[in-house]
Design a protein around this ligand. Structure first.
Ligand code: FE2
Ligand code: FE2
Length: 299
């Protein structure tokens, strides 16, 4: 694993040689196996993550303030004026839309990626583990909704057209997929960082609920931070340049499609944070258990 004792301050867009990238894939693969354990292909699960989830499920925390019906009416599509929703409900309807978007992408990609046992290339094994991690996040999201008494929240069904579109994307050559795949991880991370900051204000009146949500969120965030580095490592110099140019339009397109976003976040600032991202903004608790490319840390 790359040295992360001292927070690195090199930009995520820092250059890397071919050789460095190869070594970083090796290091990342070791990190993934150590952190996740065995992959459980049929369940789209990972042995260590499975244990973690069971720990959360056996020690339940539940809100004492039921979420209003406005959640049910607005979580799939915003029907009401989003400004009429209380902040906690708004956060939850946003979270559902955000998570479902992820779920569609990973479901389509899973079908295009070979299982680890059949994978020939290291990057395919890494990608398979990565996708299994994302499916584990979906279970952690569901656990967040359960914490708010929303036990019935599901992701499906997947619209056929959307699945075809994402499937086609997943089949594009790696060099074309790498920059947008990297930017979407970076975008996800900026969302998690903002949510983390927001928890005190939104659910601070129930400290046990706040702490549980934070634990669930940090479990996801640790992986997502490692995904940002991993997806950076897929890109050569042209990919890195393309990714930088894609940040603005991708942030616009994504947040523009979610009516809750401008009420919860300063998306312009988040876009700037993404463009300037280095690891100095990440808390040591998260950084110490995550993974960072060697060329993004300074000795
Ligand atoms: Fe994700
Ligand atoms: Fe991710």
């Amino acid at each position: 694993m790359a040295s992360i004792r001292r927070p690195g301050r090199a930009s995520i867009f820092s250059p890397a040689t071919e050789r460095e990238r190869e070594e970083n894939f090796e290091s990342y693969w070791r990190y993934q196996q150590r952190r996740d354990g065995e992959i459980l292909e049929d369940a789209k699960d990972l042995s260590e993550k499975h244990k973690n989830l069971a720990r959360f499920q056996s020690d339940t925390v539940r809100t004492r303030r039921p979420v209003p019906d406005t959640f049910d009416r607005n979580y799939i599509t915003m029907r009401d004026d989003p400004r009429s929703l209380d902040r906690r409900t708004l956060l939850l309807t946003f979270l559902y839309k955000f998570a479902r978007h992820e779920w569609i992408g990973i479901s389509a990609a899973w079908d295009e990626c070979p299982p680890v046992a059949r994978a020939v290339y290291l990057i395919d094994k890494i990608s398979r583990y990565h996708l299994a991690e994302e499916f584990c996040h979906m279970r952690l999201f569901q656990e967040m909704f359960r914490t708010f008494g929303l036990d019935g929240v599901e992701w499906g069904p997947l619209p056929k057209r959307t699945k075809q579109l994402y499937g086609a994307f997943a089949r594009l050559p790696g060099a074309l997929v790498a920059p947008p795949a990297f930017v979407s991880e970076l975008m996800g991370l900026t969302v998690y960082l903002q949510l983390d900051k927001m928890l005190d204000g939104v659910v601070g009146d129930e400290p046990d609920v706040r702490d549980r949500i934070r634990e669930l969120l940090r479990a996801i965030m640790t992986d997502e931070l490692s995904h940002v580095g991993e997806r950076r490592n897929f890109m050569g110099p042209i990919g890195v340049r393309a990714a930088k140019l894609m940040v603005r339009p991708m942030f616009r397109a994504f947040f523009g499609g979610i009516p809750e976003a401008p009420l919860l976040f300063d998306t312009r600032q988040m876009r700037k944070d993404a463009e300037a991202f280095d690891y100095s903004t990440i808390s040591p608790e998260v950084l110490d258990v995550s993974w960072v490319p060697s060329y993004c840390t300074r000795p």
